[in-house]
Design a protein around this ligand. Structure first.
Ligand code: AMP
Length: 403
């Protein structure tokens, strides 16, 4: 039973760190996934007879204002989030225009069971990202219990995500339901993976994925490498990759990773073939062929039919699957087939009893685009946090509650 579900919030004020860093255009929220993900936690506190004080960051106000002086703090307000949250919950949401003002203290103190208060953007203060203790202590005074439900920022040692936990004793700090779900899915893959364990790593850059591949060499039986990053590996092996994406300063790294995998007996699967394009565009002319024979001037923008087959077989035979990064430029119709095929194989393996975790921005976007979100075991809400978790790093937001 979870610590959060076990706790009775009756008569208490729960100070909940959420990740409401949602896309907002002209005052309207264009994707409220992160907000909806936090609703079960909020509802449980209210149902117990507790009050809810929510805090979040939104964007990078101080950094952006420095670069673009026409912007002001008001451009980064969480006010539209308060309005939208009220609609989602069907109840009033109070708002406080400064997260550490007397007004915030007064509003928090006056909050009654069943009521909700959202504090203004924490990043109006540089102290938030600096992990300032005084700032964290001020925030901590608002609540009786601290709940961290912001997995998306769990890799940051910020005031509201980690430092604040020091001001709450045992039994007064805990994960929310979203964070519990994320941590338990990630730990299941990292520590209790049933074999065969296949990691599917795609996306644009090798440099972003070196650490995760290195760490997975200790855990996985198979690593599938697709997307733009695959071509750096081919070039490292002496192939001609035309105009495909390549990081020339990572050729040695790619070679080293392949050698390490061989030494450890981990099977690395690179795509044999690709869909080629004569330019990086949705209306490009396309052809297909082996990755050893990419015509000069052309580039690989998706895995080919043979790679789809081989990868699918490996995935379908797996008991544990971790997927981070698309197989091609799935945003363009002509280059989405590979990613869709892989999503299909992950769904089939899951239906067959495998545990599958999709984590990391663009593979999550792909799974949602192709409507596979409910056909995999878990879709993570935290891109950077999930990546760092699988790089083997201790996430400050998790450590602050657990240690
Ligand atoms: P990442 O954020 O590193 O996971 O990269 C995701 C991005 O990689 C997506 O926007 C894809 O369009 C892009 N991508 C995937 N495959 C390729 C490719 N073969 N060439 C160029 N970009 C790619």
């Amino acid at each position: 039973m979870s610590a959060f579900n076990n706790h009775n919030f009756k008569g208490q004020k729960a100070l909940i760190r959420v990740d409401f860093n949602v896309p907002i255009k002209e005052g309207k929220i264009t994707d409220d996934t992160r907000m909806r993900a936090a609703l079960p936690t909020i509802k449980k506190v209210l149902a117990d007879g507790g009050a809810v004080i929510l805090m979040s960051h939104w964007g990078r106000p101080l950094k952006d204002i420095e670069k673009k002086p026409h912007l002001t703090l008001a451009d980064f307000t969480l006010k539209p989030v308060a309005t939208h949250l009220a609609t989602l919950l069907g109840t009033d949401v109070q708002f406080c225009e400064d997260c550490v003002s007397d007004d915030a203290s007064a509003k928090a103190a006056a909050l009654q069971p069943g009521q909700i208060l959202l504090l203004e953007n924490l990043r109006y203060y540089k102290q938030e990202e600096k992990g300032d203790k005084e700032f964290a202590e001020k925030l901590s005074k608002y609540g009786d219990v601290y709940v961290n439900d912001a997995f998306g920022t769990a890799h940051r040692a910020h005031a509201s995500t980690a430092v604040i936990a020091d001001y709450f004793g045992a039994g007064k700090k805990m994960f929310g339901l979203l964070m519990e779900g994320e941590v338990s899915a990630a730990e299941k893959v990292m520590n209790e993976a049933q074999k065969p364990f296949t990691a599917i790593i795609g996306g644009a850059k090798v440099s972003d994925k070196i650490l995760i591949i290195e760490n997975l060499l200790e855990k996985a039986t198979d690593i599938i490498i697709g997307g733009g990053m695959a071509y750096t590996f081919f070039k490292a092996m002496g192939g001609e990759i035309g105009n495909s994406l390549c990081e020339d300063d990572r050729l040695e790294t790619a070679k080293e990773l392949l050698a390490k995998a061989e030494a450890k007996g981990v099977c690395i699967h690179l795509p044999q073939d690709s869909i080629f394009a004569d330019k990086f565009a949705a209306d490009a002319n396309t052809s297909s062929g082996l990755n050893t024979e990419i015509p000069s001037g052309w580039m690989g923008l998706d895995i080919g039919a043979m790679a789809c087959d081989t990868f699918s077989k490996v995935i379908r035979d797996s008991k544990t699957i971790l997927w981070n990064g698309p197989m091609g430029v799935f945003e363009m119709d002509k280059f989405q087939h590979g990613t869709k095929t892989i999503a299909d194989a992950v769904a089939a393996a899951t239906a067959n009893g495998a545990f599958s975790l999709v984590g990391g921005g663009d593979s999550v976007a792909a799974v949602n685009k192709f409507n596979y979100a409910d056909k995999v075991s878990y879709v993570s809400t935290g891109g950077g946090a999930m990546l760092e978790f699988f790089e083997g790093k201790q996430l400050p937001g998790i450590a602050a509650i657990k240690n």
